[in-house]
Design a binder for this molecule. Structure first.
Ligand SMILES: NC(=O)c1ccc[n+]([C@@H]2O[C@H](COP(=O)([O-])OP(=O)(O)OC[C@H]3O[C@@H](n4cnc5c(N)ncnc54)[C@H](OP(=O)(O)O)[C@@H]3O)[C@@H](O)[C@H]2O)c1
Length: 230
């Protein structure tokens, strides 16, 4: 058996496709999201995938996840923080619950998951935070994506901080700032939009990066887009 990868946001989109790709490469995948049905379909689809239905913004749920991982797969080689949410709304209309959703899902959940699973990470472990060009410093910003962009920008800075904090533990941390990828999230936010990259393509790229990217990068916030803005 290869490495053990914990991937969040695995019920659909890139997290789902990345999980299948890694499992096909003979790695063991712990797949996390809230929706039970798609997760158990994923688990049944591949013997290398174990599903852990979890709301990452719920501390009780998160504690149960960590306990289950401790029992089932005590050593984690890579964490892919792929779970995310997007609100597309003008700044003046953003409510405090919009801000809570954006910050809790896109920033606090990765913070809490990383903090609570650090003791399980193996030497030479790799944390990959899935950020966005929308939160990349200096990129063209879309109106309507302020709360999302701010949260993703925070995730990118978290990445730089953790690379310093975790260096002694031999754990690397990088962020991938993705351009547009054809997924439900994109289609919900921008109906009819045509992205240059498919979910399968990006799932594969993220999977490969989680396995190998830390040989070349640490503490890096990397744009993954052919053009700006994308
Ligand atoms: N698509 C793009 O163009 C694009 C561009 C840049 C960055 N990104 C980022 O890439 C990542 C994947 O995006 P995607 O397009 O594949 O999105 P997606 O299809 O909407 O999938 C989002 C995933 O996050 C999970 N999730 C959301 N809230 C959660 C919570 N509280 N606890 C656990 N899981 C939760 C969802 O599962 P449940 O609903 O089952 O919980 C789902 O599996 C996201 O972080 C997104 O911000 C996407």
């Amino acid at each position: 058996m290869g490495k053990h990868i914990l991937i969040t946001g695995a019920s659909r989109g890139m997290g789902h496709d990345g999980a299948l790709y890694l499992a096909d490469q003979n790695h063991l995948v712990s797949a996390v999201a809230r929706s039970r049905k798609p997760l158990s379909r994923l688990e049944n689809q591949h013997e290398n995938i174990a599903a852990y239905p979890t709301d990452l913004t719920d501390s009780g749920d998160l504690d149960r996840l960590v306990q289950n991982l401790e029992n089932d797969q005590p050593s984690i080689d890579a964490i892919i923080n792929g779970a995310g949410a997007l609100v597309n709304k003008p700044f003046t209309e953003l409510t405090s619950s919009d801000w809570d959703l954006m910050l809790d899902t896109n920033l606090r959940a990765p913070v809490d998951l990383i903090q609570k699973t650090l003791h399980l990470m193996s030497d030479d472990g790799h944390i990959v935070n899935i950020s966005s060009m929308a939160g990349y410093q200096g990129s063209a910003k879309f109106p309507g994506l302020t709360a999302y962009s701010v949260a993703k920008g925070g995730l990118s800075i978290l990445t730089e901080c953790l690379a310093g904090e975790l260096a002694d533990q031999d754990i690397s941390c990088n962020a991938l700032c993705l351009g547009m990828v054809q997924t439900e999230m994109l289609e919900d936010a921008f109906p009819g939009i045509d992205a240059p990259v498919s979910s399968e393509q990006m799932g594969q790229y993220i999977g490969d990066f989680a396995l190998n990217g830390h040989t070349f990068y640490n503490g890096q916030v990397l744009p993954v887009a052919r053009e700006d803005p994308e």
